[in-house]
Design a protein around this ligand. Sequence first.
Ligand code: SAM
Length: 318
Amino acid sequence: MKHILRISGEHERLPTAELEAVLEGEMLEWSFEVEGRTVVLDVVGEDPRFLQRLAYTLKAAEYLGESDSLEELAGEVYDEIGDVNSFRVRGPPDVQVKFGEILHKMGLSVDLSNPEADIVMVEFRGRHLAGLKTPLDREYEKRRPQHRPYFHPTSMHPKLARALVNLARVRPGDTVLDPFCGTGGILIEAGLMGLKVAGWDVDRRMVAGCRRNLREYGIEGEVISEDALTGSKVVDAIVTDPPYGRASYTTDEVTGLYDGFIRRAHRLLEAGSHISIVMPATYEPNTEGYEIVGSHDVRMHKSLTRRIWVLKNLRDFF
Ligand SMILES: C[S@@+](CC[C@H](N)C(=O)[O-])C[C@H]1O[C@@H](n2cnc3c(N)ncnc32)[C@H](O)[C@@H]1O
């Protein structure tokens, strides 16, 4: 099945890296082409549910056809959707009008508010592409940290939290551990994607707050007071955002924490599983025993850039 996707322009590589990670995590066979912010994705299988997981894919449509000629493309689209009565076309204004007129002449009626077929037109590599809109649930703003029962300002935006989870190449049913879980921002996104979640934090207030936040979203998870450097549990993926090294921590303390945790994580993951972790862009982790799958710089706000590392564990302790 082919899909036409519109990816976010916020970051150059993160949207396609996230897409690749989700497809790998879901063990799908796929290939895609990218031009600007448009991706044409070919996936083996008819189930489009994986699209709902993506944070940096803003819009999606089921691919119907492509051509240099709008008349020819309208014929293809009509063959695909001809049994509907009403349609709407969205795309570049001139294309939208012309394509709409052709389909109208073929006997379909326009309905701008509640069409049976919501057609999307895109220009891709000099050709016209047509798709049928796939509605995507995008509720990030509602889930921002300040809307949760327990709030702490260190929690990241849900969109980034979701992308971090996805980069760890997980699929529904897998268990994700956030060993520095704080208020649970990462675990909320993971839980909403159908993953099992576990959280650790040394601060008991955070543990209680995280439990409260998970309950608010109907997510069950094991959240305990535990030190990330000594706790033990074997999980399918680790997704985390350790302390930044501001306020309560010195630079040496946080660097020691990152070094220690990255070493420790070999014991928490089977070989072939991933960690997706955010750290200061200036910190270079010792990645011995890991394959570096990706690294992405993300501007958190004006004066703070952080780096996401995606590491695949190569060591087997079991
Ligand atoms: C940046 S915050 C995590 C934010 C989190 N993603 C959220 O949504 O709230 C880092 C957390 O790590 C916890 N922490 C610091 N040192 C730790 C350790 N050694 N083991 C476990 N948790 C630790 C802190 O208490 C803090 O809650």
